[in-house]
Ligand binder design. Structure first.
Ligand SMILES: CC(C)(COP(=O)(O)OP(=O)(O)OC[C@H]1O[C@@H](n2cnc3c(N)ncnc32)[C@H](O)[C@@H]1OP(=O)(O)O)[C@@H](O)C(=O)NCCC(=O)NCCS
Length: 148
């Protein structure tokens, strides 16, 4: 298990995040991965699956990269690995990527993964407690294979 914990977070919050991620792994309800530099172990970011619906074979795919490490393909590579794991090891067939409309970098990552942009969806999530409009992209197991 690797937790998604930026080093800048205060200890209490780090512990809560690790506990939350660990509980998700134990329950099989969400799978969070940390992304680390292969040479020195620096935490670069994270990616993971959440909102698993095994009956539907679907989950949410999320990712983040710490500011100094953005723009070098880290999110795309990490998300691709996590998606592959979800398809091949968990047996999922559909991954949803939910982004805010102005998050063009995240939408670009979704496109590079081979996800299809389904369009704008109203009230898909809460942001600061308020219903938010999002862009929904969907990566299916078949599309992933043809999209690389
Ligand atoms: C979105 C995020 C994960 C991207 O991480 P990253 O490692 O920089 O992503 P990659 O390098 O793999 O790819 C980024 C792509 O977005 C493009 N991009 C970056 N900033 C952009 C912008 N402002 N507008 C449009 N495209 C942009 C890059 O050019 C690149 O595409 P390209 O390789 O075709 O040129 C990162 O910016 C982040 O952590 N943001 C905050 C958290 C977040 O939004 N997570 C996603 C929620 S679903």
């Amino acid at each position: 298990m690797a937790a998604l914990v930026p080093s800048a977070l205060r200890d209490g919050r780090r512990k809560r995040l690790v506990a939350h991620a660990s509980a998700g792994w134990r329950a099989g309800s969400k799978f969070a991965f940390g992304v680390f530099h292969a040479d020195d172990g620096t935490l670069l970011g994270g990616a993971g699956l959440s909102r698993l619906d095994r009956d539907a074979g679907s989950a949410n795919l999320g990712y983040w990269v710490a500011s100094p490490h953005r723009g070098r393909g880290v999110a795309t590579r990490a998300a691709r690995l996590v998606a592959r794991s979800g398809f091949e090891h968990v047996g999922l067939t559909r991954l949803e990527i939910v982004t805010l409309p102005d998050n063009h970098a995240s939408q670009r990552v979704a496109t590079r993964l081979g996800a299809a942009r389904m369009g704008v969806v109203e009230n898909r999530m809460l942001v600061d407690g308020q219903p938010a409009r999002v862009v929904l992209s969907v990566l299916t197991v078949g599309a992933r294979r043809s999209g690389g």
